[in-house]
Write a protein that binds this ligand. Structure first.
Ligand code: HEC
Ligand code: HEC
Length: 448
């Protein structure tokens, strides 16, 4: 950029309220309901569908057969009774505090070496692709996960010390045999579910361009390509901690069957492996248990969930933090601004300017964060840049909200200090900052 263009663009940028989202798709709300609001552009005629989707996401499902077929279908194997158990108030999940506490807002993905026919992880013959702790009466839950922490202290310039905890997962009460030594496991907390329609509406070309664009030394970024079960081809991955899901419809139908044991038109088979004969014999309600209309409503709810507007973005300290965010190269991955394209599935999301702070790309985040479990093109060290919009409200909405894929980080600062690999330069920059600058950076994150 030459000086004249910068002069023009920079003045324009400064004149805009910093980082605000298009008012039609974001809400000014800093209450505990901030992640549960519809976009202001929601048509009145669509409100009933939005509310129906919301009810399904909050629904405590029951074991079939039941009088009320609308909400029956839980199991045979499942993790939780509802979606929001792992996505409290639509926000971040959290990790157990100690080995004595069960996983509440978290699950464990499983696979063995090799790939499925579509390039995805190869499920284990008995346990499948996910550890389901619970079973309906007559069906034994697969097992439990204990989390044990090792802590170490990091010192920052200015003398501040931060204690970090590294989780180690142990699998106990395994009902279908010991895990083989080759079993790969990946423990993940539920991620926020608002604003995702807008991320689905970002054109594929933008992701490809973001991967190709020049970045600061040491930072790359790649698109995951994953199987689209409806289109029956590989498309860019966008959702999940490794961008392992192509779109919300498949993510939701996958969660229904994988986390709750509810079949849908997209995934009509119960989640029972061949050796789990009690599971296969167990009653199922309706074929499928989630109707096409229910799946549509749940998808629509996700499309229409707004992101919160940033707060205090006129504050001097917050503005300084925004500059430091750029200087520490956070913005190379947490890309502040994207544009959506034409989005036929829900045209209200088309051609919007959004500020999600993600590139939706995979990055090598180093050994300490690695799960050593490939997921399509993501290797064991790669994770998708999570969006940061709304993150300042996370612990206001759920006091225990955890950060990073396994919820190990208890604060935003801890989350940053774990960045290794391509993010190592950013971590170093934050460690080297004066305490005042570090506080300004955190204030900026808190404002999002
Ligand atoms: C047992 C906990 C659990 C339950 C129950 C659960 N989820 Fe999730 N959810 C997760 C985890 C963990 C992820 C990240 C998945 C990954 O990385 O593979 C996730 C990811 C998602 C995402 C993508 C978020 C993003 O930014 O990429 C959506 C949407 C979602 N879940 C919706 C649902 C819906 C709808 C239900 C109910 C049908 C549900 N979830 C039930 C744990 C859960
Ligand atoms: C190389 C790309 C990259 C850079 C540079 C980067 N991040 Fe990240 N960030 C990620 C990825 C990927 C994750 C998820 C890692 C995981 O879950 O294990 C993440 C996670 C986070 C989280 C936790 C989000 C959540 O929902 O749990 C915060 C906060 C964060 N980054 C802030 C920052 C800040 C501040 C900087 C600059 C000081 C920065 N990041 C630099 C890629 C990056």
């Amino acid at each position: 950029m030459n000086r004249l263009t910068c002069l023009l663009l920079c003045i324009l940028a400064a004149a805009r309220p910093a980082f605000a989202n298009d008012a039609a798709i974001a809400v000014s709300d800093d209450t505990r309901e901030a992640y549960t609001q519809a976009i202001p552009a929601l048509a009145e005629t669509d409100r009933a569908k939005f509310l129906k989707g919301r009810a399904l996401v909050r629904q405590v499902w029951v074991i079939p057969p039941s009088e009320n077929r609308e909400i029956a279908g839980l199991g045979p194997l499942y993790n939780r009774l509802s979606c929001i158990a792992c996505h409290p108030a639509n926000g971040h999940g959290f990790a157990p505090e100690s080995a004595a506490e069960p996983m509440r807002a978290m699950l464990v993905r499983l696979s063995v070496p090799g790939k499925d026919p579509h390039g995805g992880p190869l499920p284990h013959a008995a346990y499948g692709g996910q550890l389901n702790e619970n079973g309906v009466p007559g069906v034994t839950g697969e097992g439990r996960t204990e989390v044990h922490y090792r802590t170490h202290t990091v010192s920052l310039s200015g003398g501040e010390m931060v204690k970090l905890r590294q989780p180690e997962f142990r699998f106990v009460d395994l009902a279908y045999g010991d895990f083989p030594a080759s079993m790969m496991t990946s423990s993940r907390i539920g991620s926020p579910i608002f604003g995702l329609g807008l991320l689905e509406a970002v054109p594929e070309g933008t992701l490809v361009a973001l991967a190709a664009v020049g970045k600061p030394a040491g930072i790359k970024g790649k698109v995951n390509y994953v199987w689209d079960a409806e289109l029956k081809k590989s498309v860019p991955g966008r959702f999940g901690w490794k961008a392992n899901m192509p779109n919300l419809r498949q993510q939701i139908a996958g969660a229904m069957v994988g986390d709750l044991g509810i079949t849908s038109p997209l995934f009509p088979q119960e989640n029972c492996m061949l050796v789990q004969s009690d599971c296969a014999k167990s009653p199922s309600d309706g074929k499928p248990e989630l109707s096409a209309a229910q799946l549509d409503a749940t998808e629509f709810y996700h499309f229409a969930l707004a992101a919160p507007q940033p707060r205090n973005n006129g504050d001097k300290q917050v503005k300084r933090g925004a500059v430091l965010f750029g200087k520490a190269q956070c913005a190379a991955c947490h890309v502040p601004e994207l544009k959506t394209g034409e989005f036929a599935k829900y045209p209200a999301l088309s051609n919007r300017t959004i500020h999600p702070y993600t590139d939706l790309l995979l990055h090598d985040m180093g050994e300490a964060l690695a799960d050593h479990r490939p997921d399509y093109l993501a290797n064991g060290r790669e994770w998708r840049t999570p969006p940061l919009w709304g993150i300042g409200l996370a612990q206001k909405i759920e006091a225990r909200a955890g950060f990073l894929h396994d919820g190990r980080a208890r604060s935003l600062l801890e989350a940053v200090l774990w960045h290794g690999g391509e993010g190592a330069g950013s971590t170093q920059a934050v460690k080297d900052m004066t305490a005042a600058d570090r506080n300004a950076l955190i204030d900026f994150l808190e404002s999002l």
